[in-house]
Write a protein that binds this ligand. Structure first.
Ligand code: ADP
Ligand code: MG
Length: 361
């Protein structure tokens, strides 16, 4: 086990000394605490797999260092780093039994037979593989094979960290729910640093104590699920997390008021120091937008109302901006005109995409 530090990490797959670089990762500085349950969350193509492979040693970074505690491991192989990694698709030996598959990483490291046998039983039990231990892997479904891959990743008790790269991709939806919480329990039981890559926020938020959000080759925020929801450091995080995500409204500041086109929104005292006339963006979650048929508020046009399971979301237009507002099940209007108000304590201010300091009062 170790604390993993990434220091000025950057990676270009095809470094071109003459032209501008096409960086898959740009300047990543990050510390993964020992024993943490981390999710690495971001859309497809943002660099998650690249980052994971750099931590494990499958990819050598163009720039920067990787340290496990104080030890620089940048030049070490995956083997020497003592990292376990589980991939999107199953990696199993078809001709071996499930038991032999699970035992393999231990046997490979010269762990004594009795200890191996006990550990294999323990991991099989955690993953509900006990009853198939003596079956050949080849005869099992893709779901089962991926469970074996998970088991192979989890079996070594002495690894520095276990890395999971979208490990539930091939798993059946109903089993996915179950495995997600199983992995969480396993993290508690094993107390090993785990980094779990996913593009699915639900998966990230259920697994992780800390979520690391990536966007376009950079880490944009690290926080607990609550922090990411309540105080997104970047408009990207606000928009990406939540369903639907945060509303982002371009506006201009004048005194303690922000104007969306000509519609005034009052800001809390904390934001009165903003440069006058500055172009900013307001971030407000649909949960904190109040919509009513008439009365005080900004005039909006309701375009439609979507039922999304337990919630209803009104899609409205405010001075040319599309906006989502959570509405109660009883919400009904005559025509399409409504009044909208924001809870100022939940309005965040962004300049160039970054959260402007100032605690909401
Ligand atoms: P993610 O896992 O978040 O989907 P990746 O790390 O796979 O993202 O990819 C990040 C970027 O690097 C993408 O633009 C992708 O096209 C590029 N990339 C990934 N692997 C390679 C590779 N082997 N060679 C060249 N470019 C790659
Ligand atoms: Mg990937």
């Amino acid at each position: 086990m170790a604390r993993i530090t990434l220091d000025h990490l950057a990676h270009a797959y095809k470094p071109d000394p003459r032209g501008p670089q096409d960086y898959a990762l740009k300047e990543i500085n990050h510390v993964w605490d020992q024993g943490g349950a981390y999710a690495l969350l971001g859309p497809s193509g943002c660099g998650k797999t690249t980052l994971l492979n750099i931590i494990s040693g499958l990819v050598h970074p163009t720039r920067g260092r990787i340290r496990f505690d104080e030890r620089d491991v940048t030049e070490l192989s995956t083997e020497a780093r003592n990292i376990a990694q589980v991939f999107q698709f199953p990696v199993v030996y078809d001709t071996m039994s499930v038991r032999e598959n699970l035992a393999f990483p231990l046997k490979n490291r010269g762990v004594p037979r009795d200890r191996t046998a006990a550990r294999v039983e323990e991991i099989a039990h955690l993953l509900d593989l006990t009853r198939v231990l003596d079956r050949k892997a080849r005869n099992l479904t893709a779901d089962m094979k991926q469970k074996i891959s998970l088991g192979r990743g989890l079996v070594r008790p002495d690894v520095a960290a276990i890395l999971f790269d979208e490990p539930l991709t091939v798993i059946d939806p109903h089993l996915k729910w179950q495995l997600r919480s199983t992995l969480k329990e396993i993290h508690r039981a094993l107390d090993i640093t785990m980094i779990y890559v996913t593009h699915d926020q639900t998966e990230a938020l259920t697994f992780a104590d800390k979520v690391v959000v990536m966007h376009d080759g950079a880490v944009v925020q690290t926080g607990t699920p609550e922090e990411l929801f309540e105080r997104p450091a970047h408009t990207f995080v606000g928009h990406f997390i939540g369903s639907p995500g945060m509303n982002i409204l371009p506006c201009r500041v004048d005194g303690a008021t922000a104007y969306i086109e000509n519609e005034p929104v009052s800001l809390t005292r904390a934001y009165r120091t903003l440069p006058q006339g500055q172009r900013i963006e307001l971030g407000i979650r649909p949960e904190f937008v109040r919509l009513q048929e008439r009365g005080d508020g900004l005039p909006v046009r309701v375009r439609r109302i979507d039922d999304i399971g337990r919630a209803r979301i009104a899609r409205v237009e405010l001075a040319g901006n599309a906006l989502a507002a959570s509405v109660p099940e009883t919400f009904a209007i005559d025509g399409d005109e409504a009044a909208l108000a924001f809870d100022p304590r939940h309005v965040h201010i962004y300049a160039d995409g970054h959260l402007v300091a100032g605690e909401p009062a």
